[in-house]
Design a protein around this ligand. Sequence first.
Ligand code: ADP
Ligand code: ZN
Length: 221
Amino acid sequence: MDIVLLGPPGAGKGTQAERLAEHLEIPHISTGDILRDAAARGTQWGQKAKPLMDAGKLVPDEVVVGIVADRLAEPDCQRGALLDGFPRTIAQAGALGELLAACGHAPPVVVSLAVPDEELMRRLSGRRSCPRCQLITHVDELPDASPAVCPRCGAGLERRDDDAPEAVRRRLDEYAEKTRPLIQYYGDAGLLQAIDGNGSVDSVAQRVAAAVGSARNARPG
Ligand code: ADP
Ligand code: ZN
C-alpha cells in the first residue's frame, strides 16, 4: 500500500511520516529532505532548487517527479512507500498515479492533516533544528537561554532558511494556490482520509494510524 501525507507546511507531515513509516515498515520518502540534501551537496538539481526553496516557492514539477520516479523504482518500494511532501500540484498527482499504475500498484491512500493558519505560522516561525542530531524543536519549548542550544546534544540550533517569516508566508500562499486543490481532487476520487492535525504528536499519530487502518480494511484484496 502506498500512502500520501498531504497538508500545509507546518502541519507535522514529517514527524507523522517518520512514525507511520516505521509502524508500517515501508520507506519514508520526503521530497523536501531529498531536495535539501541535494542542495547541501551542491548537485545540479540542488543548485537549481535551493533559491526557490529558500524563497518558499515550489520546485518545478519535472524535477520532483524525476526524483520520485527514481526513488519509487528502488526495490524497497515494491511493498509500498510513504510519500511526504509529494504530490504538491495536480500535475504531480497525475504523474504519481501513472507511476503507481506502471508498477502494478493501487492508487494511494491519501491522509490529509488540517491545522489552522495561525497555528502554522506559530509552528514554522519558531521551529529550530539541530544540525548534529536532527532534533526538531520549537522556541516555546526551550529555556530562555540564547543562543539556543539543542536540549539533546548541546549543538547550536539552526533555523531552516525557508522558515524566515517572508518565506513562510510564501509557502502558505503556494500551498493555498497549488496544493490545497488536491484535497478536492483526492476526495472526488474516493481516496481521501481527512485528519485533524491539532493536538499532541501522539494523539495525531493515533488518528493517522486509525485512518490508514480503516482505509486498508475497506480495500479489496
Ligand atoms: P514543508 O512541508 O515544511 O513546507 P518540505 O520539507 O516538505 O517542507 O519542503 C520544503 C521545500 O521543498 C518546499 O517549500 C519546496 O520548495 C520544495 N519541495 C518539496 N517537495 C516539493 C514538491 N513535491 N514540489 C515542489 N517543490 C517541493
Ligand atoms: Zn542535537
